[in-house]
Design a protein. Structure first.
Length: 174
């Protein structure tokens, strides 16, 4: 009993996001501007008119995060053929993103959300007092800037294929 109470208290006091914090399908995607791995500003509002696959991940160059990023890399041409821009976001800095992108030849932006402000707006931020990270959540944002699909239970290795199937369905390009 005490253990369950302690876990609940930690979740309340550490700023962990809940499912209620995740933007709902059909609502406007929270806007943002963040630097990518090359220091260029990426603005969500500049992507209007195209699909955006916005994926949050915990840490550069860790096993699951590498699998997920490389899966998006390997399917990059399929995703762009569907009119989608892939964008990764974590709380790592631009230097870490640059090394990760270079090492794995990632052809899409990795955004540095150092304080976790954007991850918080998407309900994807976890703060455990000694470590903060973005949860592995993905959002498909439609060309009008609305959330079209939300993934909160992501299988890093097979996620790109799932996103491609959903993009085909959502865009009518079956």
């Amino acid at each position: 009993m005490f253990k369950n109470w302690l876990i609940a208290a930690l979740l309340c006091f550490t700023g962990a996001a809940t499912a209620a914090d995740v933007p709902a399908v059909g609502t406007p995607a929270p806007g943002f501007a963040l630097p990518d791995q090359d220091g260029r500003e990426f603005r969500l509002d500049a992507q209007l008119g195209k699909w955006v696959v916005l994926y949050f991940y915990p840490k550069d160059d860790t096993p699951a995060c590498t699998k997920e990023a490389c899966s998006f890399r390997d399917d990059h041409s399929k995703l762009t053929a569907l009119g989608a821009q892939i964008v990764g976001v974590s709380v790592d800095d631009t230097a870490s993103h640059a090394a990760f992108a270079r090492k794995h030849r990632l052809p899409f932006p990795l955004l540095a959300d150092r304080g976790g402000a954007v991850a918080k707006r998407y309900g994807a931020f976890s703060d455990w007092l000694v470590v903060s990270y973005a949860r592995r959540y993905t959002f498909i944002i439609d060309p009008q800037g609305k959330v079209a699909k939300v993934y909160i239970n992501v299988d890093a290795e097979h996620h790109a294929a799932e996103v491609i199937a959903d993009l085909k369905r959502l865009s009518g390009k079956n």
